[in-house]
Design a binder for this molecule. Structure first.
Ligand SMILES: [Fe+2]
Length: 584
């Protein structure tokens, strides 16, 4: 992929006609993202990995060895860029690419938070080793690692470390820092990371969910330059007006693209981009990763050229990469899609750096699995538990006769503080699955001591059994939810034995285990197998009484600092508004 030495003698000689091209695409309809026109009868000449020429006739560059692709009136568009994603979790990256590449995404800008919660800067470097020299570009953002769990501090990436990581050309900025942590705390840790990133000339990504007016201004003033959390037309406008690049998210977590509908034709969309904000296996397999997001924008009424700009030039410009990617122009990498028609975003042919890497929905390049270092496969440092260790004495209650609960709201992501009457008279507080009251446990996995907190949750819905997972957002630990202590312990201990995974225990037995041995976040299974295991998990949790749309996603987010209002940590519940830790 690198280095960036596009502007070389070979390239200009090809443009001049003094040397033949390696590849010529003849007679297509060009999506000219620079002028916003759709131009018929355009041809492109490619030398090595770069575009040498675009114009009415590239036949002059055809030599004996030149590969010629007849576009035959089909569309020539730049390769798609997903500017905000999370592709380090869940799967082996090689398998992910096999499914994502045919959809035409030739650049991925990804967060790498999971590997870092497991292993700090070393985890980040291990992921970089996974994505170097792939047939598409994968740029990484250093995660600021905002966490509600104090134990995560042991894994934070320090200023000296980020300085060194940012020297890597594949690292293009600082990942999403939740706005509260950057501007509402007296602690300057995030600000220092931002300053170091700006000094390195790289980009600072934002996450301004729920922020408006002064707070939105303060976050931009602190250095954040993008937000993928606009959920209404007003959010889009407020962010654009304050100079943010708005990345409209349409992925498995949320679908917010509709928020732009009333603005189509009304405002300049040059500072808007499309993004997935990550994908789960189902989204990857059924929706073609990013392709359907671009397609949906077209189907919503955006002109194809505008939707394509939001998936190419606009994000490239945001990251100051538009001299290299994001358009069909000389000197840019030859990342080119041949689309069957202007309104159809699923490509016939995907070209990355001058090479045809997919055709007719099939990946044509080899995607080797790269072994992970040993340290990344042993990251769950927790002693095995016994059921007694999860018992909660009545004396733990902050009010007599009642307990504080985390109540999962209808969307399965937001939680609110609630309270429940005690039903126990045994001296301990028990789960009450008949009334949808389950235990929720957080155990940190970095210190070796397994510091933990046992709270109570409503809205999960399972009537029996327990689930546990190490694949959790924004924390280094295990989250478990269960109807009884024996199953809770079975599930948690299995996650520890697997050194990462998602487990469901029922009646004292392990009913489902999905290993995530890579940092506690990634599977080495084939994506088809992983998909059926995750859907099996969803089905079983549903059979046991849960009505959550995506139980695994809900479990992943229970400790996350990204979603309000009350989360679980090893120090108790963390409350967003009060900014404190409390018990039951
Ligand atoms: Fe994100």
């Amino acid at each position: 992929m690198f280095p960036y030495n596009a502007h070389n003698r070979r390239l200009l000689e090809t443009a001049l006609g003094n040397e033949p091209a390696d590849l010529v695409i003849r007679d297509g309809v060009l999506m000219d993202v620079y002028t916003g026109r759709v131009v018929p009868h355009r041809s492109v000449a490619v030398a090595e990995r770069w575009i040498a020429y675009v114009g009415p006739d590239a036949d002059y560059a055809i030599g004996e060895q030149t590969r010629v692709i007849e576009a035959g009136g089909r569309v020539i568009a730049p390769g798609f860029i997903d500017p905000h994603t999370h592709i380090a979790n869940f799967w082996n990256i090689a398998d992910f690419l096999k499914y994502a590449i045919p959809g035409g995404t030739t650049t991925y800008i990804t967060e790498v938070e999971g590997f870092c919660f497991a292993l700090g800067a070393e985890g980040f470097r291990a992921f970089l080793d996974q994505v170097r020299d792939r047939p598409v570009k994968i740029f990484c953002l250093v995660p600021p690692m905002v966490s509600a769990s104090p134990a995560a501090a042991a894994r934070f990436i320090a200023v000296e470390e980020i300085r060194e990581l940012l020297r890597d050309e594949q690292v293009i900025g600082l990942g999403e820092s939740y706005w509260q942590s950057a501007i509402l705390t007296p602690d300057d840790r995030i600000l220092h990371l931002i300053q170091e990133t700006v000094k390195a000339g790289k980009t600072v990504e934002g996450h301004a969910a729920g922020a408006a007016d002064r707070r939105l201004a303060a976050y931009a003033a602190a250095g954040a330059t993008s937000c993928h959390e606009a959920v209404s037309p007003e959010d889009v406008l407020n962010r654009l007006e304050m100079g943010y690049c708005v990345m409209l998210r349409e992925g498995h977590i949320r679908k917010d693209l509709e928020s732009i509908r009333p603005l189509i034709g009304e405002i300049d969309l040059g500072r808007c981009a499309l993004s997935t904000d990550g994908a789960d296996t189902e989204f990857l397999l059924s929706e073609g990763y990013f392709t359907d997001v671009v397609q949906k924008a077209v189907d919503m009424g955006l002109k194809p050229i505008e939707a394509i700009r939001m998936a190419t030039l606009n994000p490239a410009a945001h990251f100051s990469l538009d001299h290299l990617i994001g358009g069909i122009a000389p000197g840019r990498f030859a990342d080119i899609l041949i689309l069957p028609a202007p309104e159809t975003m699923r490509p016939d042919i995907v070209i990355s750096e001058g090479r045809v890497i997919a055709e007719g929905g099939k990946t044509l390049v080899s995607l080797p699995r790269i072994p992970h270092p040993d340290q990344l496969l042993k990251t769950v440092h927790v002693p095995l538990l016994s059921p007694e260790e999860l018992s909660v004495p009545l004396s733990a209650c902050s009010k007599p006769g009642a307990i504080r609960t985390m109540d999962i709201q209808a969307n399965g992501l937001v939680t609110r503080e609630g309270s429940a009457q005690l039903s126990s008279s045994t001296g301990t507080v028990l789960a009450d699955p008949g009334n949808d009251l389950l235990k929720i446990v957080f155990i940190e996995r970095v210190s070796g001591a397994g510091e933990r907190f046992v709270g109570f949750v409503r809205g999960w819905g399972q009537k029996q059994g327990a689930v546990a997972s190490s694949l959790i957002w924004d924390a280094s630990g295990i989250v478990a939810i269960g109807a009884d202590d024996l199953d809770l312990v079975q599930a948690i201990n299995r996650v520890i034995e697997l050194q990462g995974g998602t487990v469901l225990a029922l009646g004292g037995e392990i009913a489902i285990d999905i290993p995530f041995p890579i940092a506690g976040y990634g599977s080495d299974k084939k994506i088809e197998d992983l998909t059926s295991e995750v859907s099996g998990f969803q089905k079983t949790v549903g059979d046991l009484g849960s009505t959550l749309r995506s139980a695994h996603l809900t479990l992943e987010t229970m400790a996350s600092a990204a979603i309000p209002f009350i989360r679980i940590t090893e120090k108790g519940y963390f409350r967003f508004r009060e900014n404190d830790y409390v018990g039951i």
